[in-house]
Design a protein. Structure first.
Length: 75
């Protein structure tokens, strides 16, 4: 289970997928049979977005707990 606090600090989402769309990082979750997508963060470049995605991956890979939390960087 992955919980991510959005860059604007106004939302915490349980996500099942994280992806990059240009300079944006999107999260996908589900509620019952419905899937939703939310903007988790927007960065100055695609390269910075890739760095953040790699940090999310490292956080998951280095954590053996059932629930993992991550806060999107503001920069």
């Amino acid at each position: 289970m992955l919980w991510i606090m959005a860059q604007d600090k106004e939302r915490i989402s349980q996500v099942i997928e994280v992806s990059i769309s240009g300079k944006k990082i999107m999260g996908v979750g589900s509620a019952g049979l419905n899937e939703w997508g939310n903007l988790l963060g927007k960065y100055d470049s695609k390269e910075r977005a890739m760095e953040v995605l790699e940090d999310i991956h490292r956080t998951i890979a280095n954590n053996s707990q059932f629930a993992i939390t991550y806060t999107m960087p503001t920069d």
